[in-house]
Structure formats: structure tokens, C-alpha cells
Design a protein around this ligand. Sequence first.
Ligand code: NDP
Length: 282
Amino acid sequence: MAKILDGNAVAAAVKAEVASDVSRLAENGVVPGLAVVLVGDDPASATYVRMKERDCAEAGVRAVDYRRPAETTQAELEAIIDECNADPSIHGILVQMPLPDHLDAEAAVARIAPEKDVDGFHPVSLGRLVRGLPASRACTPFGVMRMLEHHGIEVAGKEAVVIGRSTIVGKPMALMLLEANATVTVCHSRTRDLAGVCRRADILIAAVGRPEMVTAEYVKEGAVVIDVGINRTDAGMVGDVDFASVEPVASAISPVPGGVGPMTRAMLVANTVHAAVAASGR
Ligand code: NDP
């Protein structure tokens, strides 16, 4: 029986940790502020934003909503970002992805002042991660690292395999595992013998976007399996890991829902509070 890595419990611990920073800031008249920019009417994005704003409210972070219609132009979007960059009461800026197709997401992210990039997607934040310098870390992989740490799962010296090489999950995940001294392999759609490579893993991270693709055949006995996937199917939300077949083989596994998702949102709150601390010098 694998240990179930409950993301809600770890997320609560992260939010409790940042609460002392929030109170110290409050004594100095500072409330951490997060600008949440949502363009268009994608229902999944609206749900994510609602959950992120709820987490902010719970942690004493003021979320400022910028909801704009799908026809918003690049210039209008960048004007919002510029306004938030200049506003000292805003410490973090979140531009919810995906943006409508006519908008340039790369340019929008690059427009965010790096010190307010609490999603950790800005080229400066990613460059600082590569260089091992402090910066907001991308929330999903940062949340995975926090989850491993919370459960006392040692990373140093372990074989870690990441399936997926996106800029928001796979690549920063690999860099964070490397920073923690794992031996890291990154797999993608061109990887040969994916299951065989995955079976080498002591820690297997699935960030693929394919419902329940990772079955027991991919997992070494006793491995730790982290499921980043969020896939909406007729049967409801499922991860990238086939929980039923993998759970008996793994030593620990994160569920979907209730695993990495809440961690991502908790790390957004933590990054925003840390950005407020850095900006106020407190
Ligand atoms: P992307 O689509 O950007 O990347 C998917 C990656 O998986 C790519 O690198 C792709 O390879 C690889 N891949 C796709 N199919 C295969 C395959 N058959 N075999 C091996 N590799 C494959 O997705 P994201 O990184 O943005 O997200 C991944 C998953 O994580 C999604 O389910 C997403 O919803 C979820 N997610 C969850 C979050 C959370 O908070 N829990 C946050 C962000 C994402 P290639 O590069 O070669 O195309």
C-alpha cells in the first residue's frame, strides 16, 4: 500500500508558514497584493482563478481582479501589466494561461516586472533558476519539491525521471530536482522505450497531459510517483497516472485531485508573500 501524498494537507502547512510573514507585513501596514489577469471566458481558467483567489483570501493576500473580454488586444493586456508593474500595492502579477490565440503569451509574460513574476515563468526567473539564484520558482514544480520535502522523501542521489518538458512544469521540475542533487532524466514524446526509462526512477514525475497513461508497467517497485496531470474526461478529472494499477507498486503516490493542484496554488500564495516581503524590506 502506497503512502498517499495529500496535497491539501501540505498546502495548509505552507499557508500556515506564510501566515507569520503576512502578520509581520500587516504590522508595517503592508498587505500582499496579487493582480489576477483573466482574459476571455475559458471555464477551466475561470475555475482556477476562483480557487487561486480563495486561497489568497484565506492567507490574507489581497487579490485584485482584472477580468477582460476575449477580444482584448495585446496593447490593452500590456497596459494592465504596466499599470500593475507600477503599482506599489501589487507585489505579484498572474496572467492566467492559456490566453486567447490572438494574444502573444510570451510577450505578456516578459512584460511583467521580474520581481512581480510570482508564477516563475519570466525568462529572468527561469534564468535565475538555471543559475541557482533566488527568484520566484515556477509554482507547480516548486509545489512538488515542497511536497517531497514535507513527507521526508529524500531527493539527493536518487534517480528522478520527469515525463514532460514544458516551460511551466517539465523543464523547471528537472532543474529543481537537479538543484536538489537528484540524477535527472527528462522524457518527452520522442523518448524511446518510455516505460523502460521510467522504470529506472526512484522518483517519477508525470507531467504529460494524457489521461492515466502511466500504468504499473512504468513504475519500479517502491518508487515515489507524483502525478501533475489534470485531464478532464467523461469520467471526471483524472491525472496522467493510472492510480489503480500504480498505487500497489509505488511506495508513495500523489492523488488527482487533491495532490499537486493545491500545492501549485499554495506556492503562488507563498511566492506573492515573499515578493511582498522583498519589496517592503521587512
Ligand atoms: P504540455 O502539453 O505543455 O507538455 C506535455 C509534455 O508531455 C510535452 O513535453 C510532451 O512532449 C510530453 N508528451 C506528450 N505526450 C507524450 C507521450 N505520449 N509520451 C511522452 N511524452 C509525452 O503540458 P504541461 O506541461 O503544461 O502540463 C502537463 C500536465 O500537467 C497537463 O495535464 C496539465 O493540465 C497539468 N498541469 C497541472 C498543474 C497543476 O497545478 N497540477 C499545473 C500545470 C499543468 P513534447 O515536448 O515532445 O511534445
